[in-house]
Design a protein around this ligand. Structure first.
Ligand SMILES: NC(=O)c1ccc[n+]([C@@H]2O[C@H](COP(=O)([O-])OP(=O)(O)OC[C@H]3O[C@@H](n4cnc5c(N)ncnc54)[C@H](OP(=O)(O)O)[C@@H]3O)[C@@H](O)[C@H]2O)c1
Length: 341
């Protein structure tokens, strides 16, 4: 089926939906966040061209099963380093959501696909000539890694991670995301592309895909016995449904611009394991911290006001943790153990 066939079907499908008659591209469509984004876009009536590295891989079956996918989802084969494939995927689109990225601390695998891939996507959007706006999924990793930020400072969209510090501490994921976001802004400015950026924190919630991604492993390790202790560290969290909604809102809201921090709250790991142990006492959730020497790390302050102003209502993190665990059970990644309580 061609994109013209699909668009014609859309026109007949949902005339009142906000995305009716519009085609958008989502890169890395099979990933955790992107799958939720594709689902939401289809629900809103958009026609979606989703890039995946191998459309025939069974790991993309969950996308084909989404409501509206048979009529309005086209999977396009594209690696981030293949400009021509990306250009074909963006062809005929009014919007692009660039979500694909390696998620790893291996510098060889991380930096080039993240940075070159982002430049390729924005250049492809500029060359297509039909794209109204590009939404780039950046990360909190491009925002908070700065040893010189005063402890009381409120983290907001003006904050940037310190690249030298990322390198020195070997945080190659954060380094790659920060450089990719900088490249996105530079190429978009140079090519006259309208760019909006979402910076999510650690994303939790139900999986649509069959595999477990990195942010869900962050929770799984506290339930399956692989983490014996928790670290003395803090982290901000957000529900995947809210992340998808944030992307759609910054795309649809005409006046949206700049960066949008996407976070519900900051928790110490001790809080995370306590919530998990209370909700799911049947699992071997760690009760001890690996650091018995240093003072407990304090949560940083942040603002999510920009997304609230666009109407995003954030799901409480305990709810996101609950839904994550239920989903891990449903997908067979965690055994269902009858609780003694
Ligand atoms: N999850 C979080 O906590 C979180 C927080 C902040 C920001 N983010 C950002 O959100 C985006 C999605 O993250 P996620 O958690 O949904 O990750 P994910 O489930 O691992 O999805 C990443 C996607 O990127 C694709 N990809 C990776 N390298 C690629 C390449 N060279 N060419 C084409 N596609 C490539 C993957 O395709 P394959 O399936 O073929 O590998 C996959 O579909 C990323 O940009 C990430 O940095 C995530």
């Amino acid at each position: 089926m061609t994109i013209e066939d699909i668009t014609a079907k859309t026109a007949a499908a949902a005339p009142a939906a906000p995305g009716h008659g519009q085609t958008v591209c989502v890169t890395g469509a099979g990933g955790f966040i992107a799958s939720w984004l594709v689902k939401l876009l289809l629900d809103r009536g958009y026609t979606v061209k989703g890039t995946v590295r191998n459309p025939d891989d069974a790991k993309n079956d969950h996308l084909r099963a989404l409501r509206g996918a048979a009529e309005r989802l086209l999977l396009c084969k594209a690696d981030l380093l293949d400009y021509d494939a990306l250009r074909r995927a963006v062809d005929g689109c009014q919007g692009v959501f660039h979500t694909a990225s390696p998620v790893t601390d291996d510098p060889e695998q991380m930096v080039e696909p993240a940075v070159q891939g982002t430049e390729n996507v924005i250049n492809a959007a500029a060359d297509a000539g039909t794209v109204r706006r590009v939404v780039f999924t950046s990360s909190i990793g491009a925002v908070t890694l700065n040893p010189n930020r005063p402890p009381d400072a409120v983290v907001d969209e003006s904050c940037w991670s310190d690249l030298d510090y990322c390198k020195k501490t070997k945080n190659w994921y954060c380094y790659g995301k920060a450089v990719a976001e900088q490249a996105a802004w530079e190429v978009a400015r140079g090519r006259g592309v309208e760019l909006v950026v979402v910076n999510p924190v650690v994303v939790l919630g139900p999986l649509l895909q069959a595999t477990v991604n990195a942010s869900i492993t962050h929770v799984l390790k506290y339930l399956d016995g692989s983490a014996k202790k928790y670290t003395n560290a803090v982290q901000a969290y957000v529900h995947v449904g809210d992340v998808a909604e944030a992307h759609v809102r910054v795309y649809e809201w005409p006046a949206a611009s700049g960066r949008y921090l996407c976070a519900e709250r900051v928790l110490h790991r001790e809080d995370v394991v306590r919530i998990l142990a209370k909700l799911f006492p049947e699992y071997p959730v760690p009760t001890k911290c690996s650091d018995e020497v240093n003072p407990r790390k304090q949560p940083y302050k942040f603002t999510n006001q920009r997304l609230k102003d666009l109407g995003v209502e954030f799901t409480p993190v305990p709810q996101a943790l609950y839904e994550t665990v239920k989903s891990l059970q449903e997908k067979g990644h965690l055994p269902v153990i009858p609780s003694q309580n």
